[in-house]
Design a protein around this ligand. Structure first.
Ligand code: SF4
Length: 219
């Protein structure tokens, strides 16, 4: 059992109350991006920036057939990568990033995706959010993912007052026990994507409605 630190944010519910309700929505949370290995998750997460997971899932099987390893991407001509990615947003920038990322992966990490934050953020195209997505979903390691959904949900639920993702991450890390970080990282993304949506949140179907302090509920 990991001990929690003092927390200045005081949501009007306990961790247990929140988890019980979230588990009614998502007893076994998942990630919408399809992948089979940490390397594939790294690639699709970079591709998913400013793009829907659905679109990335459509192109990724063919992409991995052409470029199955980091070595293949690192040595591929940029135009070939661009050609394979042309149906997704910002494909030129992403092709370049992927190539740079895989070069570092091959040269400094022997082609293996690292399983720690410090090394992951050394990879071009990998910021703290992407690194945490990989830790949680590829390695089942405790980390807190703060994406646009988690940011919105955390504010509505009173789990944070901040807009800065690093500060939100700290607030969530203080509120939730470390043993629940993997669950919460997956579940809050899904909860924000499918229930507590940006526009017209589904408050009438929401199992958190009795504890949610948001004053603009959609009832
Ligand atoms: S009650 Fe509405 S605003 Fe509150 S968490 Fe549920 S969906 Fe979001």
């Amino acid at each position: 059992m990991v001990k929690k630190k003092d927390n200045c944010v005081k949501p009007p519910f306990t961790e247990k109350e929140l988890l019980e309700r979230l588990k009614k929505h998502f007893p076994r949370p998942w990630i919408d991006l399809n992948f089979e290995t940490p390397f594939q998750l790294l690639v699709v997460t970079i591709l998913a920036a400013q793009e829907t997971d659905k679109k990335v899932n459509q192109i990724s099987p063919e992409f991995f057939k052409k470029f199955p390893t980091p070595q293949d991407i690192a040595k591929a001509p940029l135009e070939k990568l661009e050609q394979s990615l042309k149906n997704i947003n910002y494909y030129r920038r992403k092709a370049k990033l992927l190539k740079e990322c895989c070069k570092v992966l091959v040269e400094e990490f022997n082609g293996q995706v690292p399983d720690n934050l410090e090394d992951l953020v050394k990879l071009p195209g990998v910021g703290r959010k992407t690194a945490n997505v990989i830790l949680v979903n590829a390695f089942n390691k405790p980390a807190i993912v703060v994406d646009t959904h988690v940011k919105r949900v955390s504010k509505r639920l009173g789990l944070t007052k901040h807009d800065n993702p690093d500060k939100i991450e700290k607030d969530l890390a203080n509120f939730f026990s470390k043993e629940n970080w993997v669950y919460i990282s997956k579940a809050l993304v899904l909860f924000g994507r499918y229930v507590c949506t940006a526009r017209n949140p589904k408050c009438r179907e929401c199992h958190l409605v009795d504890i949610c302090p948001y004053d603009k509920k959609n009832l």
